[in-house]
Design a protein around this ligand. Structure first.
Ligand code: ZN
Length: 204
């Protein structure tokens, strides 16, 4: 029997997982191989449907995780200045081609008397990234989650990523980086705050 696979975030903080239909995934991968003219029954491909099914369960584990859950526990802290967590590595799947894109996210916020454990911001990135995504929406979603649940005075999220759908197909431009940013509150209203964030992230 097929059982839902726990995501990389562990099971303790997860919502009741929606079932991942492994048998259906295996059938679909087999069908895909046949459709491109391969023989799914040749030795090298025999276990491929099962491997791909398990991989999909893993890379789409975010579909079974509510990212807001990581922002529920906050701490009272008198700290008015910017908090920045830099270089949070992530990998995601472009929803247009189902090919990976990966890179780093940088999350800054201006606390409003409440702070959150720094690792929790990395958990949020993982939960948002591990689903069919586009980088632009992912950036917005992270900013809105932090803004809403921390009631922050401002949030700045910058995501830089390489898209394999740009390198292995289409224009085939390996090495191109896509940078997106979402600014809320103080980061939107005050150019100096935004510039400080840019300098901290990109250096000079
Ligand atoms: Zn793509």
């Amino acid at each position: 029997m097929d059982t839902p696979t726990d995501g990389p975030l562990g099971s303790s903080n997860e919502l009741t997982p929606l079932p991942v239909d492994h048998a259906r995934l295996r059938r679909a991968v087999r069908e895909l191989l046949a459709a491109v003219g391969e023989n799914p029954d040749r030795e090298g491909l025999l276990d491929t449907p099962d491997r791909v099914a398990r991989m999909y369960a893993e890379v789409f584990a975010g579909l079974r995780t509510d990212p807001a859950i990581f922002l529920q526990k906050t701490f009272t802290q008198k700290h008015d200045e910017m908090v920045l967590v830099k270089d949070i590595e992530f990998s995601s799947m472009c929803e247009h081609h189902l090919l990976p894109f990966f890179g780093k996210a940088h999350i800054a916020y201006l606390p409003n008397g409440r702070i959150v454990g720094l690792s929790k911001l990395a958990r949020v990135v993982d939960a948002v990234a591990r689903r069919p995504q586009v980088q632009e929406r992912m950036t917005e979603e992270i900013a809105d989650l932090v803004m809403t649940h921390l009631k922050a005075r401002g949030v700045g999220v910058i995501v830089e990523a390489a898209h394999t759908c740009m390198s292995v197909r289409g224009v085939r431009k390996a090495g191109a980086m896509t940078i997106t940013s979402s600014m809320r509150g103080g980061f939107l209203d005050h150019p100096m705050t935004r510039n400080e964030l840019m300098a901290l992230v990109f250096g000079k």
